[in-house]
Write a protein that binds this ligand. Structure first.
Ligand SMILES: [Ca+2]
Length: 486
């Protein structure tokens, strides 16, 4: 109870700080509002985090894909909480985004600047601080930080990117293989922990981190036919020639036209015994490796769907723009089929919280490690520094605090998440963390604006990965901007 009281006190002080210059009458009114917004107890936190899910592939963000209703459960979450319209990542690739969230520090400070680095789990992380504050914690799904996670009472993580079907999981007891689609496997682990695994005497923080919709986009079998009978809308820039972009835009390797691989990215004729040597080097073969993991029944269902459609593709003999349009259709449908699995996971987790009587005092957050090009500029991937890939979805349901259906336009970052979780829990925010808690924004404290408070460091990554070049000069060593020595 003492911790609870401390947390409430700190929460009050942060809310009140923003209105201290107002006349007493207004201050009293604000304090009254803060009382009304006071959480009943330290809240539980459920952080649902996907991979490469662009905000414009979420209905609630009103993007050009809204018309296909891609995310009914995430949209419902937004309707019951606050949607952040200008949430950005500090470093638009998988591992670094997660390291920033763990530490509340920029990549050059937490030491994880690029995929392939090893995260130093001995450093300060927010889950460790939550444990010290009396929380029980768990992590399931994609970590992508290498090494055994620290700061969690239970964890089961995918090795590296993980596989879409029948994935291996690294656990405290060793490596196990679990049958099923990865999104469902991770959801089941989280639900099981919520129902039976956690210490019910403590508030909890649960991280549910999906592999989907990361390349190569392999949906669950039940979602294969989703969108099959319709033409998906195209982005206005599908045939962009980059005349109004800076020159580097013409030298990327992200194009649906020239770089998206018919076999390995779009599964055309792809089978477990596909002649991989026939494909060019550097091609991402995750889908092929996943196929080698699928059961005969799963493979049969997969080929039963794609086989006839591949035949029709060959018969059509498409070229030029027609071929780009076909590739885009298969890509965006598979991407959104993977998104649908994640959306269903959100629905399952919210329903589980309701059934356990935990909804009223549990913060539910939906986010993703960065955005993605879904045909925007004619591209896929996330390694070029434009808004579509830098933006992260961020939706927070916090009953009694965040106004239902509210929208925030402030500039926020994944750098702020750790600080936010700590303040939600009433824990101290270490001075060496570099972000700002979003709690005042969630509580509707409009006096505190974050815009302009953050540096957007220019981390120049020079590594080619998954066939998508990150920089034109791959021979250059990794550098950070001199301004980052702050
Ligand atoms: Ca990612």
């Amino acid at each position: 109870m003492r911790r609870c009281a401390d947390g409430e006190s700190r929460f009050f002080s942060r809310v009140a700080r923003g209105v201290v210059i107002l006349p007493w009458l207004l201050l009293l009114a604000a304090a009254t509002t803060a009382v009304a917004a006071q959480p009943a107890a330290r809240p539980n936190i459920v952080f649902i985090f996907s991979d490469d899910h662009a905000p414009h592939a979420i209905g609630a963000y009103n993007g050009w894909l809204k018309s296909v209703n891609p995310t009914p459960n995430i949209d419902a979450l937004a309707a019951s909480g606050m949607l952040f319209r200008n949430s950005f990542c500090t470093n638009s690739i998988c591992g670094p985004s997660r390291a920033v969230i763990q530490t509340g520090k920029h990549s050059h400070k937490n030491g994880f600047m690029n995929n392939g680095n090893s995260f130093d789990w001995n450093q300060q992380t927010f889950p460790k601080l939550l444990q010290q504050a009396g929380y029980t914690t768990a992590l399931y799904g994609k970590s992508h930080l290498q090494g055994k996670p620290q700061g969690y009472d239970d964890w089961k993580v995918l090795p590296g990117q993980g596989l879409y079907y029948n994935p291996d999981l690294i656990t405290p007891e060793g490596r196990v293989r679990v049958e099923g689609h990865c999104t469902d496997v991770v959801t089941d682990l989280a639900v099981e922990w919520l129902r039976e695994g956690r210490d019910g005497s403590k508030p909890f923080m649960l991280m549910v981190q999906h592999k989907a919709p990361h390349r190569n986009w392999m949906p669950a079998l039940r979602h294969l036919s989703l969108y099959d009978d319709m033409q998906m809308p195209e982005p206005n820039t599908l045939f962009d020639k980059w005349h109004d972009n800076a020159p580097p835009a013409r030298f990327q390797e992200l194009e649906i036209d020239r770089h998206m691989h018919l076999n390995f990215d779009l599964f055309v004729d792809l089978t477990p015994d596909f002649d991989a040597d026939a494909a060019e080097g550097g091609t991402d073969r995750s889908a092929w490796r996943t196929m080698q993991r699928m059961s005969p029944e799963q493979l049969a269902a997969w080929r039963a769907f794609y086989g006839p459609r591949d035949d029709a593709f060959h018969e059509a003999g498409l070229t030029a723009d027609g071929l780009v349009r076909w590739k885009y259709q298969r890509y965006v449908k598979n991407y959104l089929r993977c998104v649908r699995g994640v959306d269903e996971s959100v629905g399952t987790l919210i329903k589980t919280l309701e059934e356990l009587g935990l909804s009223d005092n549990t913060v539910v957050i939906y986010s993703s490690d960065q955005g993605f090009y879904i045909g925007d500029h004619g591209w896929y991937d996330k390694r070029w520094m434009y808004e579509e890939s830098l933006k992260m979805p961020l939706i927070v349901k916090w009953p009694g605090v965040a106004e239902a259906g509210s929208v925030n336009e402030d500039l926020v970052q994944n750098l702020d998440y750790a600080e936010t979780f700590l303040e939600m829990a009433g824990a101290e925010i270490p001075a060496d963390m570099q972000g700002r808690s979003l709690v005042p924004l969630l509580a509707g404290d409009i006096a505190r604006r974050l815009a302009g408070e953050h540096l957007l460091p220019l981390l120049r990554v020079s590594e080619r990965a998954h066939g998508a070049a990150a920089l034109r000069r791959p021979q250059r060593p990794l550098q950070t901007d001199p301004l980052l020595s702050v």
